[in-house]
Write a protein that binds this ligand. Structure first.
Ligand SMILES: Nc1ncnc2c1ncn2[C@@H]1O[C@H](COP(=O)(O)OP(=O)(O)OP(=O)(O)O)[C@@H](O)[C@H]1O
Length: 957
């Protein structure tokens, strides 16, 4: 919203200006005489006058203000609200600032320094454009103040200005991301009549208009709303009903405090003064309802045939403030309701003292026009119940929102019609009407769907947009969009693979499963594109993602580039390193084998290009690590790294160490993120909407399902567990014992601890050797512990959850998790995935400390499908919780949507977002319009809406 700051170029003092000046001088003088004497009444009286005066006259408001404070020293400047506001309008932080710098500024410049205002309001641009006028001189009459200033108060000007400042570039993104940010509207686009909106959606997001455009808003209410954070139409319209009262048709008993709906006739309407600053409106509506006293309780009451009785509803609205007690005001409010009109009234009833009289203070009243209307309305219309906010009660909010709805033009919708039609969505106007004033509960439901769609749609669109913005050239952008245009590749396509990739494939001791094969095909196809890949490889525990990633590395190495493999723990880095070394050993021909390195304490020299693959932890993205030709970065366990860390790879290799850009050969590396946690697709989309998704959906053949037992950890339970453990060891198996903590603590004595249990377990299983593995051990100790377990030197490994991710000991066949209730479902599934990775039949025993926690764990007994379990976890715990505290920071907040249940809408929104940026054959129209327009130029309203909605969540952390 462009702000038009009040700086007129002419300096005529007219009646209004003089009046104002005198008043301020008087006020300021008083302030000098009596520092404490801030005459609020006077100030309050004066405050609203300013804009009116300003609108009538063309005086140099700002300059005058400066002159006014000149006679006072800094210490003696009175601080009434008015002067403070005035100084803010002038671009100073406070009155003291105005006083201090204002004079200096004035000395330097003859006129009021508009640049100060510009500093304050960055949306004002100076240059060759004509000076920005606070008063719109182009308007009819030439003296009417433009847009916001025409609002009722000076405070509105200030708050709007601040608001505009905040909104225009809240996040300083317009520079970083110019094409997403629409050019600021020019003066003509901002002018709108107060209290009404243009019928066509302007470029400026309509929803971000100041609430001053809501018709009939009193000044007091305006301030109240602002204080509660309702600065814009959007804020107001997005204050959604908490629920809808199931409006019972009032043909039954009227119980106090219940919500009812009635049809009746207005009998009287009176505005009454009840004190010097207190008045109220009372509308009495007479209705006929079934007389339950004359009908038996079990009978279905039919009002048309049965006994009726007349009841009287007293609808009351209260007004506080002297101006609400004036006769004209009272006449005007009572005139709004005409005696004899048929109305539909809904709201909460309370019995009054006299029989058959009920009071309603929270109500909706609609005039019924004809018979049809009458019968329609009588059918239980849902009654929205709003949450109150910051002292504003629900009925006041309902009322204000209803008025805000009037300010919306009926054709208003930034999302193109083709999209809404394609996905069967209401238009935005109908959605707001439907959510706030549904005629039927289905309408509210449809409205909810549309609003959820928008939440997801803008998120997805923003993320895709960000991805496009990250690409430098048009060529790269086209390349990326091409990916969406081209049909999926045939999984069997292999001719194009490098010979190194094929050699590793042959060296594998097994053949790839079909989904591993299609995953690697998809990835390799991406790797050959001139655009950096940004792909998420997702698959259940042990499905064989690592080998897919190794093959992808071979592909870039085979083409003469380097690859980096980033994993969350050193333990895993070592494991991958050793695993790959072994596979390379198996590879035919010795020459041209890639040289791989493990990035531990010391950094290997990657500049020479000698080392072609480096495996390490997040130290890989440390500043000092320099690659000569990094082409692919694998980020294993994507969730463990933040978006920023992943993004580090995106920005790598674009520039040399001296900051100069590298040549075209050195585009940003492809990024392949892997997630072993089978995040439900919904979550994956919400989190990684900017990434292409590849899923491995099958497990390597020959895997025997892991048998899971849930056992209560009492004495008998443990005896059983130890017995099962002994059986397993005797039959040649290896056992993981997983503990929630390393050492026993006094605070949580009920928790079994790995280190503390080592002795007990060693005692109990004397014929078998035990090992210990936990996060506090040194790196080489951890590697050694795991090596001994893998080689079979130890049979029992007591460990904490360090083994949760990626640890691969194929012949480990039993896992026992102590205090299993301390772990989440998804986490337990991950842990369980450490067994059953080979051909041996495996078991997992979850020992729960209490009976109450048994039922939650039962779900693991029933299913071993990671995606199902992740969905269950999502439902049980909610998305933020599922991802852990740190990760949930990446999750955007959705006011209406619930990721757990609205996944299908998210998928649609994702599709729709793709349509918007790349031409899809689904919608011909889109093909024509959008193929050339992935910067959404054709959709200014959509683009503007996107810029207002999404900046924060786009950047994840
Ligand atoms: N196609 C296959 N056939 C048989 N075994 C396979 C196949 N692919 C992978 N494996 C083996 O399955 C085990 C698990 O594979 P890998 O470690 O790659 O899985 P992952 O998906 O990365 O597991 P995690 O999610 O636990 O990190 C490994 O021992 C690997 O050698």
């Amino acid at each position: 919203m462009a702000l038009t700051v009040a700086v007129s170029q002419s300096c005529g003092m007219c009646f209004g200006g003089k009046q104002l000046r005198c008043a301020i001088i008087l006020k300021a003088g008083r302030g000098c005489r009596n520092v404490l004497g801030t005459n609020m009444r006077f100030s309050n009286l004066l405050l609203p006058k300013i804009p009116k005066i300003c609108s009538r006259s063309k005086h140099k408001y700002a300059e005058c203000m400066l002159k006014l404070v000149e006679p006072y020293d800094e210490s003696s400047i009175p601080q009434p609200k008015l002067l403070k506001k005035a100084s803010v309008v002038m671009g100073y932080d406070s009155l003291n600032d105005l006083f201090k710098y204002g004079r200096a500024d004035k000395d330097a410049m003859d006129d009021f320094d508009i640049s100060l205002a510009c500093k304050r309001f960055p949306c004002i641009t100076l240059g060759s454009s004509p000076p920005v006028g606070l008063y719109d001189e182009t308007k009819a009459g030439g003296s009417e103040m433009k847009s916001l200033l025409a609002d009722q108060s000076c405070e509105a000007v200030v708050s709007n200005s601040m608001d505009a400042e905040l909104r225009v570039d809240r996040f300083g993104l317009s520079e970083a991301w110019p094409s997403l940010y629409p050019a600021l509207p020019n003066e003509s686009s901002t002018s709108s009549e107060v209290g009404s909106l243009p019928s066509e959606a302007p470029i400026e997001p309509l929803l971000d208009k100041c609430i001053s455009c809501v018709p009939g808003l009193s000044k007091r209410l305006y301030h109240q709303l602002e204080n509660c954070g309702f600065y814009t139409l959007r804020k107001l319209l997005h204050h959604f009903p908490r629920t809808y009262a199931d409006l019972q048709n009032a043909q039954i008993d009227l119980d106090d405090g219940q919500y009812f709906i009635f049809i009746g006739e207005i009998i009287s309407s009176r505005g009454m003064k009840a004190g010097c600053s207190f008045s109220f409106l009372e509308v009495i509506v007479g209705c006929e309802i079934a007389d339950t006293e004359t009908t038996s309780g079990d009978e279905v009451v039919n009002i048309d045939s049965g006994q009726k009785k007349k009841i009287y509803l007293h609808l009351k609205k209260f007004f506080r403030g002297t101006r609400f007690t004036s006769i004209p005001f009272l006449k005007s409010i009572e005139g709004k309701h005409k005696v004899g009109e048929f109305v539909c009234v809904s709201g909460k009833v309370r019995a009054m003292r006299s029989n058959n009289h009920y009071e309603m203070r929270e109500y909706n009243i609609d005039v019924l026009k004809d018979e049809d209307d009458l019968s329609l309305r009588a059918k239980g219309r849902p009654y929205p119940i709003y949450p109150s906010k910051g002292g504003l009660n629900a009925s006041l909010l309902r009322d204000t929102i209803a008025r805000a709805l009037q300010a919306l033009p009926a054709n208003f919708d930034p999302v193109p019609k083709e999209i809404t039609q394609e996905f069967g969505l209401l238009c935005l106007f109908d959605a707001y009407m439907g959510i706030h004033q549904p005629k039927h509960i289905d309408e509210a439901d449809l409205a909810r769907k549309r609003l959820i769609f928008d939440e997801f749609f803008y998120l997805q669109l923003g993320r895709l947009y960000q991805m496009l913005e990250g690409l430098g050239t048009q060529f790269e952008k086209e390349g990326l969009l091409d990916k969406y245009r081209k049909p999926r590749l045939n999984a069997a396509y292999m001719e194009g693979w490098s010979s190194l990739t094929k050699k590793l494939l042959r060296a594998l001791p097994y053949s790839l499963t079909s989904s591993q094969l299609s995953a690697i095909s998809e990835i390799i196809w991406d790797l050959k594109q001139p655009v950096p890949m940004n792909r998420l490889l997702q698959g259940d525990v042990g499905c064989g993602k690592t080998v897919v990633a190794f093959l992808a590395c071979m592909e870039v190495i085979g083409s003469g580039y380097q690859a980096a493999f980033m994993v969350p723990t050193e333990l895993l880095a070592t494991q991958h390193y050793e695993h790959l070394l072994k596979l390379l050993d198996n590879m035919e021909e010795d020459e041209h084998k890639p040289k791989i390195a493990l990035l531990t304490g010391s950094t290997p020299d990657l500049q020479t290009g000698d080392i072609t693959l480096v495996i390490g932890t997040h130290s890989l993205i440390a500043e000092k690590v320099e690659f000569s030709a990094l082409r692919l970065a694998i980020v294993d366990e994507q969730q463990r790294f933040g978006v920023v860390q992943r993004g580090r790879f995106n920005s790598m290799a674009m520039v040399n160490s001296d900051g100069s850009p590298k040549d075209d050969q050195h585009m940003a590396p492809h990024v392949l993120a892997m997630s072993a946690t089978p995040i439900p697709r919904t979550l994956a989309l919400a989190l990684y909407g900017d990434m292409s998704l590849t899923q491995i959906t099958d497990l390597p053949p020959g895997r025997i399902p892991i048998k899971t037992y849930i056992i209560e950890g009492n004495e008998k339970g443990y005896e059983n567990v130890y017995k099962m453990m002994l059986d397993e060891l005797q039959s040649g198996g290896k056992v993981y014992l997983v503990y929630p903590v390393i050492e026993q603590s006094e605070q949580l004595p009920q928790l079994r601890a790995a280190a503390s249990d080592l002795e007990t377990i060693s005692q109990r299983f004397q014929d078998y050797s035990c090992g210990l593995l936990h996060g506090k051990m040194k790196s080489d100790e951890k590697d050694e512990a795991l090596r001994r377990f893998r080689s079979g030197e130890t049979h029992i490994l007591l460990s904490t959850q360090v083994i949760e991710i990626g640890v691969d000991v194929p012949d480990a066949s039993m896992m026992i998790v102590m205090n299993a209730e301390r772990f989440g479902i998804a986490q337990l599934h991950q842990l369980r995935g450490r067994v059953g990775r080979g051909v041996r039949k495996s078991q997992c025993i979850l020992v729960a400390s209490s009976t109450s926690s048994l039922s939650r764990l039962k779900v693991l007994e029933k299913s071993s499908d990671g995606f199902y379990l992740a969905n269950m976890d999502l439902l049980l715990r909610g998305p933020g919780d599922l991802l852990g505290k740190k990760q949930s920071g990446h999750l955007p907040e959705f006011p209406v949507a619930r990721l757990e249940i609205d996944g299908n809408i998210l998928q649609e929104a994702h599709m729709a977002a793709l349509f918007m940026i790349s031409d899809k054959n689904l919608v011909c129209y889109m093909q024509n319009v959008l193929s050339k327009s992935h910067d959404l130029e054709q959709f200014p309203a959509l683009k503007a809406e996107l810029s207002m909605r999404q900046p924060l969540s786009l950047f994840g952390d």
